[in-house]
Each structure stands twice: as structure tokens, then as C-alpha cells.
Design a protein around this ligand. Structure first.
Ligand code: FMN
Length: 229
């Protein structure tokens, strides 16, 4: 293998995006070789060209794909491996009809059109599984009886898992449309009855049509949002 080919093989070049969006795509101006990074197409699929979708193709999502998305999602880190996220995939017409009245008006049509709506919830009794999930020590006792710690830990980590979920879905070729505009208590009663699971956010998934999409909004630059101390 020639020197150039070898260098290309082991390195990924962070390039300026070829797409024309107004957003700051957070890439360095200069070509910067980053050894070990995933390739540019994958970066674009996960971040730079991925959008929040509002229109959906009439194309079902293979149930095996939902399992594959979870099998990636579950590998993302959570504190003490507590893994509080619990997901209900709303697919059938009947289940969609049950969800509909709890959505704010602006979220109704797109959610009814999406092949799948994931309700991403958090189990407020996540610590009951820590004996199995974090067997090195008695981590359950850190949480039992401390409601503030339970609530904060469940929210923080289920939100992280929700983010892993969206990236996993994008990695599997699906599009996402996350939503927090819904009645959480009503959704909990309808979809998580007789459990300690509380809904966090909804995420439509499927194959985006590109319709009804806002222009890409700008993002904060590194200097606006970050500091190195
Ligand atoms: C947690 C969360 C909740 C959101 N809630 C809603 C919502 O209720 N309705 C809606 O139309 N968009 C909602 N959005 C979509 C955001 O406005 C959108 O992801 C953001 O503007 C970035 O768009 P882009 O991915 O196309 O760049 C939500 C996004 C997230 C991550």
C-alpha cells in the first residue's frame, strides 16, 4: 500500500461541509487528520446532515430495526450503569389514537404520520435493577429512600439514553423527530400504567420525507459555548 493510501486508510479528514446550510457545523476550518475517528459520511449521517423531521414517508420500520436501535442505545454510558430508560414504541393505529389527545396541536399531524413514535421514559425504580446492572457493590442502597437523588439520576440518565437512542436510530439509517410538547402525566397513565415509569420525551422515527422542515438553525460556536481552562 503506497504512503498516501495508507495515510488515507488510517486517518479521517475533517473537511468543510459540501452541503449548503446556514448552520455552523462545528468543523475546524482546516483539514485536520483525526486518527481513529469514524469516516466523514458517518459523521454527516449522525450530525451534519441529519435533521429533525416533521414529514414522513409511508414506509414502515422493520421491527428488527427497533431491536437493533435499542441494542446500540443500551451500550451508551449511564451513571453506575443504572440504565433507567424504558421505551414504548407506538406503532399500531389503535396505540397512535390513544396517544393523539395528549399531544400539543403542532405535534399531532406529524406524529400520526410517523411509522413509529417512541415514548422514552425513565423508571423511577431503576435502582431495583442495580444488583444485576452494577454487581460490583451494593449500589441500590445509594438510592433507596432518597427521592431527590432518584429523580435527578433517572432524568439525567434517561435523557442521555434518549440522545443515544437518536444517534443509534440515525446510525441505522432512520430519521428522528423528538418532541417534548405533550401531556406527560396523561401519557404516563395511558402507556405506563401501574409502573414507576415517567415519560421523558417522545421521538418519531421512520424515513423522513423532508417536507415541512424548518431551515437549519444556527448553532453556537465553540467560542460561544465552550472554554478550555
Ligand atoms: C427534547 C426535544 C424536544 C423537542 N420538542 C419539540 C416539539 O414538541 N415540537 C416540535 O415541533 N419540535 C420539537 N423539537 C425539535 C427541535 O426544535 C429541533 O430538534 C431543533 O430545532 C433542531 O433541529 P434540526 O435537528 O433540524 O437542526 C424538540 C427537540 C428535542 C431534542
Amino acid at each position: 500500500m503506497g504512503k498516501h493510501k495508507y495515510h488515507t486508510y488510517i486517518s479521517v479528514y475533517i473537511r468543510k461541509p459540501t452541503m449548503s446550510v446556514t448552520a455552523d457545523t462545528t468543523k475546524p476550518d482546516k483539514e485536520t487528520p483525526v486518527t481513529g475517528a469514524i469516516n466523514q459520511d458517518s459523521l454527516d449521517q449522525l450530525f451534519n446532515t441529519a435533521r429533525t423531521h416533521n414529514g414522513w414517508l409511508d414506509k414502515p420500520v422493520d421491527p428488527d430495526l427497533l431491536r437493533a436501535v435499542w441494542d446500540l442505545t443500551k451500550m451508551g454510558p449511564t451513571s453506575a450503569n443504572c440504565s433507567p430508560a424504558r421505551i414504548v414504541f407506538v406503532v399500531s393505529d389503535g396505540a397512535k389514537a390513544r396517544l393523539r389527545p395528549f399531544l400539543i396541536d403542532g405535534n399531532v399531524d406529524k406524529t400520526m404520520a410517523a411509522p413509529v413514535t417512541a415514548i422514552i421514559g425513565s423508571d423511577q425504580k431503576f435502582h431495583d435493577r442495580l444488583g444485576e446492572l452494577f454487581p460490583h457493590t451494593d449500589a441500590r442502597s445509594w438510592f433507596a429512600g432518597d427521592e431527590a437523588l432518584i429523580t435527578g439520576t433517572a432524568f439525567r440518565n434517561s435523557t442521555l439514553q434518549g440522545a443515544y437512542f437518536m444517534l443509534a436510530a440515525r446510525a441505522m439509517g432512520l430519521d428522528c423527530g423528538p418532541m417534548s410538547g405533550f401531556d406527560n402525566d396523561a401519557v404516563d397513565a395511558a402507556f405506563f400504567p401501574d409502573t414507576d415509569i415517567k415519560s421523558n420525551f417522545l421521538c418519531n422515527i421512520g424515513y423522513g420525507s423532508g417536507e415541512d422542515m424548518f431551515p437549519r438553525s444556527p448553532r453556537l460556536s465553540f467560542d460561544d459555548a465552550c472554554s478550555v481552562v
